[in-house]
Design a protein. Structure first.
Length: 125
């Protein structure tokens, strides 16, 4: 690679997964948690892509499918009182993945309030 085509080091990119729908037992009352409700999760990962852009190999970046599968398993298998706790749990899982520098999560609970399409929490870790 000649000098004119060198990439900055490190090189960061954003990987986004939007509208991940996951059934979840969530709510402040036992009755509300009795049956799973769908939550929507947007995931925005800041990722070191320095190696991936050169190698063109999945192993050098974040696998979207792995993120999706890990988040679904983590949310589906737990109960949460608050959307805030759910979002933090998802952010911690994503933050431990290789190449991830930071995580921004938006978690939505459709139908949480009458007359409102969505209520959400956003956080960055």
């Amino acid at each position: 690679m000649d000098r004119s085509s060198r990439l900055p080091e490190p090189l960061y990119g954003r990987i986004r997964i939007e509208g991940l729908r996951v059934p979840c037992r969530i709510g402040t009352s036992a009755e509300e948690r009795n049956l799973p409700q769908d939550v929507l999760i947007d995931i925005d990962l800041e990722v070191d892509i320095s190696t991936a852009v050169r190698s063109d190999r999945l192993s050098d970046t974040v696998d979207y499918r792995e993120v999706r599968d890990r988040v679904i398993a983590a949310v589906r298998d737990r109960e949460f009182n608050l959307v805030e706790a759910l979002a933090y749990h998802v952010a911690r899982i994503c933050r431990t993945m290789p190449h991830v520098r930071s995580v921004h999560i938006a978690a939505f609970k459709p139908g949480a309030l009458t007359g409102v399409s969505k209520c959400a929490i956003e956080l960055t870790l």
